[in-house]
Ligand binder design. Structure first.
Ligand SMILES: Nc1ncnc2c1ncn2[C@@H]1O[C@H](COP(=O)(O)OP(=O)(O)O)[C@@H](O)[C@H]1O
Ligand SMILES: [Mg+2]
Length: 450
């Protein structure tokens, strides 16, 4: 009956085309309805072989029915004897049901005796290849449990627009590999290091911050010692901008004076930080953007030695006390190495937010990410140059993520800077002494832990 065949064939073709269109135009629902259930079945069905292949099983003694082909009679009949006996079997780690995520799935696994999450992290790449997914990330929410989070394809290839930020000092600058938002929130993580080779996307990230912060009631301050090429276009929204060493020394002096002053205000009001002050007297938060950190520390000749020492001390002070007094640092640089002097090492220790874009040398990655999971360093070094804006992000919780910033052109940032020009508090106004200035620099230490 050729007719029925034809109909069946056409129906199949229509179905396939329909599925293709569905997948193409509304991937999230396709994934939930079709892709994920199929994937979940595959994962469960293949977990034993995958675990075995990745070296995640353990031999255990179990009672098992075994079949021994004992006797082969001359007639050719195989006589099989079944026996119940203890044999060594490969046991796989217990796996819960997989759950769908935006870009893949995740599943909790119980570790077997003697296993640690690092064993799974080491096998992550093997697992990813076995299941044909883009990447598997391993985390351990509590002892004895490991969560495998798989992403089906690189979610950082294409990114949409930067959303408007709703919270003070918090900007969603991009997207995490997990599909979640990548937010820089200065109130939880006050200081950030942003490292990367040239063309890796450092300035793009600063642009994203400027666009996000421009409408907010915050003061922005720029340090751009490469002649001001980066930040000068944003000058309308900046309360202060230093483009030479002399200017930066002056500006840092102002910042330290500002902190001492704010400390006095807090002291008088009995507050430990500016956020405990009543809103009416709370001073405006200041976000300090540094374009090339190394420029602040590099010496052209001996005569600059003192200035550099001063700069270094002042910046460190700002980092130590900034959190309490509303001064937040965002330091970008190609190199953030200890070769720039002890000041940089101390500053690095104060910056709990770390962002590592593509880097040329492994040292910079190590310097930036510190002693995180070695997998983070491997991941940082594997960032290809074709995807500027991709970075490894780590903050206080010790977790790290692969993330990508939204593309924010200089024009966009410049446009935001001019649009919100009138929201830039004037530097004179900010630095005008508050009601209390009887505190000297000597009791700064009291606030160091605040
Ligand atoms: N998140 C991103 N998405 C797409 N393109 C980006 C992204 N970040 C940066 N770029 C592009 O990469 C190039 C280099 O970025 P830039 O921020 O100037 O790097 P850097 O400051 O590290 O030298 C820019 O031309 C920019 O268009
Ligand atoms: Mg740049």
């Amino acid at each position: 009956m050729p007719d029925t065949w034809w109909i069946a064939l056409i129906a199949l073709a229509v179905l396939a085309a329909g599925l293709w269109v569905w997948r193409r135009y509304h991937y999230p629902s396709f994934w939930l309805a079709i892709g994920f259930p199929l994937m979940a079945v595959t994962i469960r069905a293949t977990w034993r072989t995958v675990a075995l292949g990745c070296g995640l099983t353990k031999k255990r003694q179990r009672f098992w029915f075994t079949t021994n082909a004992r006797l082969i009679a001359s007639t050719g009949i195989v006589k099989v004897r079944r026996r119940f006996q203890r044999v060594a079997v490969d046991t796989k780690p217990f796996m819960w049901l997989p759950r769908p995520t935006r870009h893949g799935w995740r599943v909790t696994v119980h570790t077997l005796e003697g296993q640690i999450p690092a064993d799974y992290a080491q096998a992550a790449e093997r697992i990813a290849h076995s299941w044909g997914v883009y990447a598997v990330r391993v985390s351990s929410p509590r002892p004895g449990r490991v969560v495998l989070a798989a992403t089906m394809r690189d979610p950082l290839i294409r990114l949409d627009h930067i959303p408007a930020s709703g919270e003070l000092l918090k900007v969603t600058v991009g997207r995490l590999e997990t599909g979640g938002p990548w937010a820089i929130d200065f109130r939880t993580v006050p200081h950030w290091l942003n490292a990367g080779a040239t063309q890796s996307g450092k300035s793009n990230l600063a642009n994203a911050l400027i666009v996000g912060l421009a409408p907010q009631p915050v003061a922005l301050v720029g340090f751009d010692l490469k002649g001001g090429v980066e930040f000068t276009p944003y000058a309308p929204r900046l309360s202060a901008l230093a483009t030479t060493r002399a200017e930066s020394v002056g500006l840092l002096d102002d910042l330290v004076a500002l902190m001492v002053d704010r400390m006095g205000v807090c002291r008088t009001a009995g507050a430990r930080n500016i956020w405990q002050l009543p809103p009416a007297v709370r001073p405006v938060p200041v976000v300090v953007l540094v374009d090339e950190l190394a420029e602040l520390y590099l010496m052209a000749d001996k005569s600059e030695k003192d200035e550099i020492a001063k700069t270094s001390t002042a910046l460190l002070r700002a980092a130590q006390l900034g959190r309490a007094f509303g001064i937040y640092l965002f330091c970008s640089g190609q190199r953030i190495g200890s070769d720039l002097g002890p000041g940089v090492t101390a500053l690095r220790a104060q910056c709990s937010g770390r962002i590592c874009h593509r880097v040329n040398d492994p040292e910079t990655a190590t310097m930036t990410l510190g002693d995180l999971d070695p997998a983070a360093l491997v991941s940082a070094r594997a960032i290809p140059s074709e995807t500027p804006g991709v970075a490894i992000v780590a903050s206080q919780d010790g977790q790290w993520y692969r993330a990508r910033s939204f593309y924010v052109s200089e024009q966009t940032a410049e446009h935001a800077a001019t649009t919100y020009e009138d929201r830039a508090p004037s530097w004179d106004e900010i630095t005008r002494p508050g009601r209390s200035s009887e505190v000297s620099g000597t009791n700064l230490s009291e606030f160091l832990t605040a």
